[in-house]
Design a protein around this ligand. Structure first.
Ligand code: F6R
Length: 242
């Protein structure tokens, strides 16, 4: 694992955005796995600036987002789709057909997940996956004790994650209890991964994920086994690393 430590969350976003742009320049039809959440906001800002500034063509880029809440529609301001549309998709020239998202409103959620896996496979697999890390070590919505062999599926969110994410909802009771997420094996199949973390509140879990045992109780610890991963962290989240 290559580790890059920068000053603050803005620099984490800028560094990661630059790494993504370099991959798009190398492969115009890059298959890009995307994430949502607070860490990603500066990343998308920088990515948009770079794409515009350097006139990067996204027409052939295909994206697959990691996860979505069950029961929230795309029009719902709290859905991950809405957040992606607002913070990224609406600001760049991408083809709608190249944007792939799990549908948390699908009638048959198992089938939705099965089809998503198939779509990723048909696209030739994910070239580059962007990841954040939850304070309990989750990646995507793969909560502690998710199987390292898991694929895209419906999951129950832990109370910990629901509490953490309640900042995006009017109250804890409004945070969905279920979600769809790419599995850990799905994530690990990506040819390259960029993991982003920022802020002191992530320091403890970053330390456990990188220095602790590789174990299913800290899903992010599996990333240590990936052969092509860059971890971009700010000083805060890296503060407990040796
Ligand atoms: C979201 C996702 C999550 C977040 C994680 C960190 O698509 O996959 O794993 O990356 O919950 O979220 P923030 O950045 O809000 O701390």
């Amino acid at each position: 694992m290559k580790i890059v430590i920068v000053k603050n969350s803005k620099d984490v976003g800028a560094k990661a955005a630059w790494l993504v742009v370099k991959e798009i320049i190398k492969k115009r039809d890059l298959v890009l796995g995307l994430a949502t959440g607070g860490t990603m906001i500066p990343f998308y800002r920088s990515l948009i600036d770079l794409i515009k500034g350097k006139k990067i063509e996204l027409i052939n880029v295909r994206t697959f987002n990691l996860d979505e809440y069950v029961g929230l529609s795309r029009e719902d301001r709290r859905s991950y789709y809405y957040s992606m549309k607002k913070n990224f998709f609406s600001k760049v020239a991408m083809l709608e057909k190249n944007i792939n998202f799990l549908d948390g409103m699908a009638r048959n959620l198992d089938l939705e997940c099965e089809n998503y896996e198939k779509k990723i496979e048909d696209a030739g697999g994910i070239d580059l996956q962007i990841l954040g890390i939850g304070r309990n070590g989750h990646i995507g919505f793969n909560e502690p004790w998710s199987s390292f062999r898991s694929r895209t599926r419906e999951v129950f969110l832990s109370d910990f994650t629901r509490k953490d994410n309640s900042r995006f909802f009017s109250s804890l009771s409004k945070v969905p209890k279920r979600a769809l997420t790419m599995g850990i094996a799905t994530i690990m199949s990506a040819r390259k991964i960029i993991l982003l973390a920022s802020g002191k509140s992530k320091a403890g879990i970053v330390h456990r994920a990188l220095h602790g045992r590789i174990s299913e109780d800290v899903p992010a610890s599996v990333l240590y086994k990936h052969h092509n991963i860059i971890f971009v962290s700010d000083k805060g989240s890296a503060s407990e690393l040796d």
